[in-house]
Structure formats: structure tokens, C-alpha cells
Design a protein. Structure first.
Length: 196
């Protein structure tokens, strides 16, 4: 595994936005994680959901295991005024031999359309390219999730195509747009240098 991902608490990368911080997800965050991953508007286009606080412990364990097993890293998006989470974003399914990783994110609906992800995701993408030696970042987006699709396009992701009826969820087949950002894509140089 790539040794660039230092997973000790003191070395966990923290990023500051205007009124929010991207920080390590902590045990105290379980209530917000459950609120998000049980909210009908969030899970409508997200691949994971939970029916109870106890079941959400599985997600908390997943965040920890990503770091311990060096398979990725996720950040909590916390309000700076009270340190309460409003969402999460991160990188998972790291394949260091192929220099690729998957991107994921979600926000509580009260915080939608505030530009939080548009300001936050460049930090973690820069982290992936610079510190994790990533060449390709991949994202899946359901076609109905137009806001997420547009966000990724604004960040420079390329729509490579759509996998038709590739998943079965909620009693119906789902298609998934496939998007990627490659280290050599136009705009990534500016991203890596911190201009975006």
C-alpha cells in the first residue's frame, strides 16, 4: 500500500472552508450520520441507508476500517460554530496498484444548494492527487441526481457513459452515470496547485 496516507489522529488532514471544517469523523457524530443516512431525500440517491442508530454503528466502523486497512479516507463536514456535522465526503475503494479511488459524499437537505460540496471537494481531490498518488478518481451518479451530476461536471469530471440497469434498489433497476477525473485532465493542474 502507498505509505502517503498517514492515518494517525494527529496527522489526519483537516481542511477549512468559510464556515465549515472537513475533519475526522468521530464517535459523537453517529447521530448526524444516522440522521443523514436514514433521511429519505439523502438515501434516494445514496447507496447506503440505516433504520436505527444501532445499525448505523456499521457505518461508523466502515469509516474507521477505511483508515486502518488503508482503503480510503472520509471526512465529516462540520459547522465551525458548534462542530456539528452536516454531511460527509471521502475517498474509498482505493486501488493503489492502479492509482485509482472512488469519490462519495452526502449532505443533510437543510444544507443543500449552499455550495458546501463545491468548496469542499476540491480539498479532498487535491489530497488524493498529491498525497495518495492517485491518477484516477471515479464517481457513480444516478441519472435522476442532476445536482450531483452538475457538481461533478463543474469540478472537471468527465462523463464517460452510463451503465444501464446496473443495480436493483427499492424495487426497481437503476442506471448509473460513470464520471472520472484524471490527474492529466485540463484543470487538475490548477486544482493540485490550490488555485481551485
Amino acid at each position: 500500500m502507498n505509505q502517503n496516507l498517514d492515518t494517525t489522529s494527529s496527522a489526519f488532514p483537516i481542511f477549512h472552508l468559510d464556515n465549515y471544517d472537513l475533519r475526522k469523523i468521530q464517535a459523537k457524530d453517529i447521530h448526524t450520520i444516522f440522521a443523514g443516512l436514514s433521511h429519505p431525500d439523502v438515501i434516494a440517491h445514496y447507496g447506503v441507508s440505516y433504520q436505527s442508530l444501532e445499525a448505523t454503528q456499521e457505518q461508523m466502523h466502515w469509516y474507521e476500517q477505511l483508515l486502518l486497512e488503508r482503503k480510503g479516507i472520509w471526512w465529516g463536514i462540520a459547522r465551525r460554530d458548534n462542530d456539528e456535522l452536516v454531511g460527509a465526503c471521502g475517498l474509498n475503494d482505493w486501488r493503489p496498484d492502479d492509482h485509482r479511488i472512488d469519490l462519495g459524499y452526502w449532505l443533510l437537505p437543510d444544507y443543500w444548494r449552499r455550495g458546501i460540496m463545491q468548496r469542499g471537494l476540491p480539498h479532498i481531490l487535491r489530497y488524493a492527487f498529491v498525497h495518495m498518488n492517485i491518477h484516477r478518481v471515479h464517481a457513480d451518479v444516478e441519472p435522476e441526481n442532476l445536482a450531483s451530476f452538475q457538481l461533478l461536471r463543474k469540478l472537471g469530471f468527465v462523463h464517460e457513459g452510463t451503465l444501464r440497469d446496473v443495480e436493483y434498489k427499492g424495487g426497481r433497476y437503476l442506471s448509473l452515470h460513470q464520471l472520472s477525473l484524471i490527474k492529466t485532465d485540463p484543470g487538475v493542474v490548477a486544482l493540485v496547485q490550490g488555485a481551485i
